[in-house]
Design a protein around this ligand. Structure first.
Ligand code: MF3
Ligand code: CO
Ligand code: CO
Length: 301
């Protein structure tokens, strides 16, 4: 497109770029917009153009990374603390303390009324487990700790699995290890100028091969300038569907994988705890991932 056509669209080549970088448009997102304008979005595949507000500039990315440093350290701390006999409020207290003493906010606290600082999900709990004095970890339990940090308005979100006492059954161990692999193949499927459905297609394939099922009721999400942003990241999807993935987008890949079938229930009393319907084990791993010009960069792990 010629410069004069752009200027009637609102931005000329010497104006400041819309991404907030402070650079001239022509030196920043002009080529990006050119490429975007050439893409034909297929409505039958649910293909969508990413909104500008979810595209992060260098400064945004630097701030998400600072938040992620704290978030990663909390998950490292959990590895040291998780032992048979510890209750999950002790984990919650330690996480809150670490995050606040580093000048940040535990993003889960009061999020849509969530009562604690982190989610701790044990065995058949799929996600959103509420830390409790009454939940005492025992040898062989498989535990997900999910932490989200808000530092100066920038969010980093990640979760890991921990095996209490370091040893569990071969079946539980395989679920934990395979779920990590499923997250990794999901991330490996990300291509700049590819599609969000590519992630779910890769997760779905690997899950089927392993004989497990993917939870479809919840998924990943854009993250960065808010806790949950577009796009929704399904872990069970088809290639070439959904939102276009472009450099500067930040999202989570966080598959929840069940040993049994994919159905889940939300606890009627607390309104949060998600459990497998059939009582089988469930595992989850989550990372915050940046889409770059050439591939991906892990921001929070
Ligand atoms: N951290 C979770 C996620 O991965 C969300 C937890 S919301 C809460 O998106 F309220 F349960 F904390
Ligand atoms: Co999370
Ligand atoms: Co998340």
């Amino acid at each position: 497109m010629k410069g004069w056509i752009r200027s009637i669209m609102g931005l000329s080549r010497n104006d400041a770029c819309w991404c907030g970088s402070g650079k001239k448009y022509k030196k920043c997102h002009a080529d990006f917009d050119e490429r975007l304008s050439e893409i034909k979005f297929r409505r039958d595949l649910g293909q969508m153009r990413p909104p500008r507000k979810i595209i992060n500039n260098k400064e945004d990315i630097r701030k998400i990374k600072e938040s992620a440093v704290i978030n990663d350290a909390v998950l490292d701390l959990m590895a040291e603390m998780i032992k048979p006999g510890i209750d999950t409020v002790s984990l919650d207290d330690a996480a809150k303390n670490y995050i606040e003493s580093h000048g940040a906010i535990p993003a889960c606290l009061n999020f849509e009324g969530f009562p604690k600082n982190i989610c701790v999900s044990v065995n058949d709990v799929v996600c959103h487990g509420i830390p409790s004095k009454n939940t005492i970890l025992k040898e062989g339990d498989i535990v997900n700790v999910d932490v989200t940090t808000n530092l100066n308005g920038y969010f980093a979100d990640a979760s890991r699995m921990y095996i209490v006492g370091g040893k569990t059954t071969p079946e539980a161990q395989r679920l934990v290890d395979t779920t990590k692999e499923i997250m990794e193949v999901g991330i490996a499927a990300i291509r700049p100028w590819g599609w969000v459905g590519d992630i779910g297609a890769a997760c779905k394939k690997r899950t089927k091969e392993a004989g497990y099922s993917v939870v479809t009721a919840l998924g990943g999400h854009g993250v960065g300038k808010a806790f949950h942003l577009e796009p929704y990241v399904a872990h069970y999807a088809d290639k070439n569907t959904g939102m276009l993935l472009v450099p500067g987008m930040v999202l989570t890949v966080e598959p929840m994988i069940n040993q049994g079938d994919y159905h889940v229930d939300v606890d009627k009393k607390d309104g949060w705890t998600v459990r497998t319907h059939d009582g089988s084990l469930s595992a989850q791993w989550e990372k915050t991932v940046l889409i770059t010009e050439t591939g991906t960069e892990i921001l929070a792990k």
